[in-house]
Design a protein. Structure first.
Length: 510
């Protein structure tokens, strides 16, 4: 087959496996960035003089931009072509990473994180939809996304350990600079190797009202939760943000139902299985993202772990996720209905979360944290594989970008809400505990002990809410998702409506 910029429809791309390698490098960069920044946060916070109230903006600035702009990014990928969107997203992400590494104050850091989020919103749906349209045979698709998922999961482990080494032995700034070589290699490889199938673009005019309403609505929603953490739930601006978000998102739905070429065709989200996936995944991510923040601070502040030791301490969760997705989810996905993996998977994760409610200052890592992390990883990994396969259930190629974006939107908005909501619950419980117990602490060491006890009490109080959220995610998956086990075969062009489109792995950006 002669290689051109665009390949003929229905013909497998000879370079598709090479393309997978460069797409996986981009995914590795995004996952590295997420986990590295987690480990580096305490050091960056201290160096730049960021207050405890503002520290979550290192996470939230990224999530606001990423979550708010994902639908727009997915639509741009469908309009421009996924290859062009992918390369542009990589170049922008590298530049924003350089800016973050050079940050001299909190405003520069938050701005860099927002820019990373904006370019990530272009990169993530382009990467996922490229694989969806390039791998058209069901068996090949499962294999390709299995490899992609294993690299993504392994990247999480590499990021945790690399983040610890960079923070401890070099400087937290290198946790940003390390993205640049990954982006250059992935962009150069993609430019020369990727060939998009013909006829997959959606060249309809851009839905500008939809872009404005969805972006403002999602940003207002996430900012409302973020502001509640610092100013309380009854604060007038907090309430105003929630009201504005409700009005804007309702207006968005009305606009999308009437315009000729909507940003988010309602057919993408109203299908029962896809709707169930978006909702249950969003809830599960709310529970997980708050937990990442608590465990990082628990291990480093309460237990006194170094950044490197903290990175290694997270490994069982990553191992559990890889095992759950590649050994359990992938093997059973073609044998049982998706809900029979998703529901039990979320419940196993909830059991792991339940173990963490026993955390105390002197808790043993081996007795409490290790089994909890293994269960969390196994449960989430097992649930994610079938959930991602359903995320583009029966989708048309022209909607592949926006459907991929919708999966990421539910995760990113869930992540920002989880960080803000669970942080609020934890901070409130900590304040109450210290207020009730500080009077009985006469000496300074006793007062410091009460402070640490209050911190851990806050974490466990919030984790109880996370348990409930995961149980709700399981109930939604078991109730709404009713698809049978996937049928093997082709899922191209005309029969894409009737087949599973792609097994996708979430880009969990933090």
């Amino acid at each position: 087959m002669s290689e051109t910029a665009v390949k003929a429809p229905g013909v497998p791309d000879a370079n598709r496996w090479k393309a997978l390698a460069f797409i996986a490098i981009a995914q590795l960069m995004v996952v590295l960035d997420a986990t590295i920044v987690n480990i580096a946060m305490p050091s960056a916070q201290q160096d730049l003089g960021i207050s405890d109230g503002n520290r979550q903006w290192i996470v939230t600035a990224y999530a606001l931009a990423f979550g708010g702009l994902l639908l727009f990014g997915g639509r741009i990928a469908d309009l421009w072509g996924r290859k062009r969107a992918f390369v542009t997203g990589l170049a922008g992400f590298a530049a924003a990473s350089a800016l973050g590494g050079a940050a001299t104050n909190e405003a520069m850091m938050f701005g860099a994180r927002a820019l990373q989020g904006a370019f990530g919103a272009l990169l993530a749906p382009a990467a996922l939809s490229l694989l969806a349209v390039m791998f058209t045979d069901a068996k090949e698709r499962a294999k390709a996304f299995g490899i992609y998922g294993a690299i993504a999961g392994g990247g999480g482990a590499v990021g945790l350990i690399l983040g610890g080494f960079l923070t401890e032995y070099l400087d937290w700034r290198w946790t940003f600079f390390v993205n640049i070589p990954f982006a250059i290699v992935a962009a150069a490889g993609a430019y020369f190797v990727i060939r998009e199938p013909e006829g997959g673009r959606n060249r309809s005019s851009l839905d500008i009202p939809g872009v404005i309403l969805s972006t403002l609505g999602l940003v207002s929603l996430v900012y409302g939760f973020t502001r509640a953490e610092s100013d309380g739930w009854s604060d007038s601006l907090t309430v105003g943000m929630f009201v504005a978000s409700g009005v804007l998102l309702l207006a968005f739905v009305i606009v999308e139902s009437k315009v000729k070429a909507p940003l988010l065709p309602l057919r993408v989200i109203t299908e029962r299985n896809r709707g169930g996936v978006y909702l249950s995944l969003g809830l599960a991510i709310i529970a997980m993202f708050g937990l990442f923040l608590f465990l990082t601070y628990y291990l480093q502040v309460v237990k006194g772990y170094s950044p490197v030791k903290t990175g290694f301490a997270f490994l069982p969760m990553i191992v559990g996720m890889i095992t759950g997705s590649t050994q359990i989810g992938t093997r059973l996905m073609t044998r049982v209905a998706p809900r029979l993996l998703m529901g039990p998977g979320f419940l196993v994760a909830a059991l792991g979360m339940l173990l963490l409610t026993r955390m105390e200052i002197g808790s043993s890592y081996a007795a409490v944290l290790l089994p909890a992390m293994l269960l969390l990883g196994l449960g989430m990994g097992t649930a994610f594989m079938p959930a991602m396969s359903l995320a583009t259930y029966g989708i048309e190629p022209r909607d592949a970008g926006v459907a991929s974006a919708m999966v990421n939107t539910s995760q990113q908005v869930g992540g920002a809400i989880g960080t803000a909501l669970l942080n609020t619950i934890a901070a409130s419980a900590t304040t109450s505990y210290i207020k009730d117990h500080i009077a009985g602490a006469a000496s300074k060491p006793q007062q410091q002990l009460v402070q640490l006890e209050g911190m851990v009490h806050g974490y466990t109080s919030a984790i109880w809410f996370a348990v409930g959220i995961l149980v709700a995610a399981a109930a939604i998956a078991l109730t709404l998702v009713n698809a049978g086990k996937p049928e093997l075969g082709q899922a191209t062009g005309a029969n894409a409506e009737d087949a599973e489109d792609a097994v996708q792995i979430p880009v969990v950006a933090h």
